[in-house]
Design a protein around this ligand. Structure first.
Ligand code: 0PR
Length: 365
């Protein structure tokens, strides 16, 4: 540390220069995060010093968290869902598997996941000492549910399905998984970190939520398509007992017990996430999601017109294409299979898609 502090001007010109080194969102086509909605930034700034880890000191902020859980539970067909605000999909997935492991009581537990599962499940299985059994995908990159029963045994503590896969933007057959989970009496966790804030606002979306009786828990991230500030994830659970299984005593806090993974938890992103839902309402979210989907289809049509085929028809706003050159300064990503992947987030507006297509067209002309 410096012996003597820095002046405000000097400090902030240093910080601004560092921020300038970051890639401008104008060129970011690879991210599942986006520029926060202005109401999220404003709400967040009101709650900077709040700590949901000690809710008795911040009852107002804690009631916003409850309201966020109620709103998202209702959106995902279970108004009475239990839940809490996590730091994002990784924490939600870890906690869901932790609950499943605890409830199963197995000493050598395993989990059955699709091959497309996000890498956060590798972390979860490592931390929780779970064997990860991977189910192959069908031609459309969805979990091949016919292969699930053969991987289940009496030590299987959870099945996982993804609603909006990270790489190909498809939804696994959650209805089939729900039946399998109910038949075998196994916990079913749905990773809707991305799709959870897209699918409820689409007409004819595949079923994935608590309306399916076998679904035990859902991860949904406001800091992705919910346009909140980072970090904002939510874990929702059908049965209250599930959370009780994780409770530890917190004798000197304003609450007696806690089941969260983090202790100190920021109230800012929770206020931000709720502010977006309240401000936009379903109508506003439908418009934003419709815009992202329209841009996704325009991108797919434009790329195919250049002879660059889509890899799969996505269920959400993630488009994938055969390998092709992409000029700087565009930032795209590549899937494990080597396919070009573009996420049409709200900041990737129609004008950006057109300039990207123009640059691709120039190369392919
Ligand atoms: N589940 C799914 C389906 C995800 O896509 C992700 C992250 C997670 C869980 C984990 O969520 P957290 O990262 O919030 O813990 N998906 C993005 C990805 O890995 C995360 C991301 C976002 C990466 C923005 C880069 C980036 O610039 O691609």
């Amino acid at each position: 540390m410096r012996e003597k502090g820095r002046s405000i001007d000097d400090l902030f010109s240093f910080l601004s220069a560092k921020r300038q080194e970051d890639v401008s969102h104008e060129y970011i086509l690879s991210s599942m995060c986006t520029i926060p909605h202005p109401v999220a930034s404003r709400a967040h700034s009101l709650f900077l010093e709040t700590n949901l880890g000690d809710p008795g000191l911040f009852p107002g902020t804690a009631s916003l968290e409850s309201l966020l859980i109620e709103r998202l539970g209702t959106l995902l067909s279970l108004p009475a869902a239990y839940g809490y605000a996590t730091s994002g999909g990784t924490e939600s997935n870890i906690q869901a598997l932790r609950i499943a492991k605890r409830l199963s009581g197995s000493r050598t537990p395993n989990v059955v996941v699709p091959r497309s599962v996000h890498f956060s499940f590798q972390k979860a299985c490592d931390i929780l000492d779970l064997e990860m059994r991977t189910v192959p995908l069908d031609r459309e990159f969805r979990m091949d549910t016919d292969r699930v029963p053969e991987l289940i045994d009496r030590n299987t503590c959870a099945l996982v399905g993804v609603a909006g896969t990270t790489e190909y933007g498809v939804v696994d057959p959650i209805r089939e998984l729900s039946s399998i989970a109910a038949d075998f009496g196994i916990f079913l966790h749905v990773d809707a970190a991305f799709g959870g804030m897209v699918l409820p606002f689409l007409d004819d979306a595949p079923p994935f939520d608590f309306s399916l009786p076998g679904v035990s828990s859902i991860a949904v991230d406001p800091h992705k398509m919910g346009m909140s500030t980072i970090p904002a994830g939510v874990l929702l659970i059908r049965e209250k007992d599930a959370f009780s299984s994780l409770a530890v005593d917190t004798p000197y806090l304003s609450v007696r017990q806690e089941f969260t993974l983090s202790g100190t938890r920021p109230g800012g992103p929770v206020a931000g996430a709720l502010a977006v839902l309240e401000y936009l309402g379903k109508e506003g979210m439908r418009d934003i999601v419709a815009g992202c989907m329209k841009n996704t289809w325009r991108l797919i049509d434009g790329m195919e017109a250049f002879g660059i085929p889509r890899i799969v028809t996505p269920d959400v706003n993630v488009a994938t294409f055969a390998k092709t050159n992409v000029p700087a300064p565009w930032r795209v990503s590549w899937t494990r299979e080597g396919h070009l992947r573009i996420v049409c987030m709200p900041h990737v507006h129609a004008g950006i898609i057109e300039s990207f297509l123009k640059d691709i067209g120039d190369i392919h002309a």
